[in-house]
Design a protein around this ligand. Structure first.
Ligand code: IPE
Ligand code: MG
Length: 225
């Protein structure tokens, strides 16, 4: 979800106004995914690297997250949305962790769209954490290193309960992955839109899905027929 700062600057607003507008795009995207019958939506909300931003912006973002979780959980629950989170969540302020866990608990039994918030998330950090977990299992004698293959490895990632993404949408025209789901997006189709995140709405999501549906996916093999 990139481009909040640029969106605000274009309007002569402080950056936080862009982040606030971005929260509205989250709502629209969650709704659109629910309507389309998408099963999993992962939102890159705050990266491991975002901690390097000025303290004021980090605090404002954490405040927004807490408010978002408190205000939107009821709406998500009504839409049968299940909320989940990935990342080094214990690095978040206590108040955010509390609001997050409450939202996760409240929506745990929902059967519609699963929204996964990536918070204090980094793909490299996730891979390191998976390696540590594997080493731990090997040392405890529960795992034979010869058995480690992509499936076993995947089971030690934060995303072990979710399928790999089919489609990766990148906003604000940037052509990089920025440490997002590095392992999981091996065969994801990539859709880059110049739209800044606060300008991303239902129509933009539908456009991305339409673009995706025109792709021929071969997963390294040959197209049949
Ligand atoms: C993305 O918008 C939001 C977060 C990283 C939380 P940015 O804040 O990165 O916006 P730009 O890149 O400065 O426009
Ligand atoms: Mg950015």
């Amino acid at each position: 979800m990139d481009g909040n700062g640029r969106w605000a600057r274009e309007r002569g607003h402080p950056r936080i106004r862009g982040h606030r507008a971005g929260a509205e795009s989250v709502r629209a995207t969650v709704e659109a995914c629910g309507d389309l019958g998408v099963e999993f939506l992962t939102l890159y909300a705050f990266s491991s690297e975002n901690w390097k931003r000025p303290e004021g912006e980090v605090q404002a973002l954490m405040g927004l997250l807490e408010r978002f979780l408190k205000e939107k959980t009821t709406e998500m629950a009504e839409r049968n949305v299940r909320l989940q989170a990935i990342g080094r969540l214990t690095q978040l302020p206590q108040r955010c962790q509390k609001a997050l866990h409450r939202a996760i608990e409240r929506t745990a039994d929902n059967t519609g769209l699963t929204v996964v918030l990536a918070l204090s998330y980094g793909g490299r950090e996730e891979i390191i954490d998976a390696v540590k977990s594997l080493v731990h299992h090997v040392q405890a004698g529960h795992l034979d290193p010869a058995m480690i293959d992509p499936d076993v490895f995947s089971k030690h990632l934060y995303t072990r309960y979710y399928p790999d993404p089919d489609l990766l949408i990148r906003t604000s025209g940037e052509l990089r992955l920025s440490n997002f789901l590095l392992w999981q997006i091996s065969y994801a189709e990539i859709h880059v839109t110049p739209k800044l995140w606060p300008d991303f709405g239902k129509q933009e999501l539908y456009d991305a899905v339409a673009d995706f549906s025109r792709r021929q996916r071969r997963f390294g093999g040959l197209t049949e027929g």
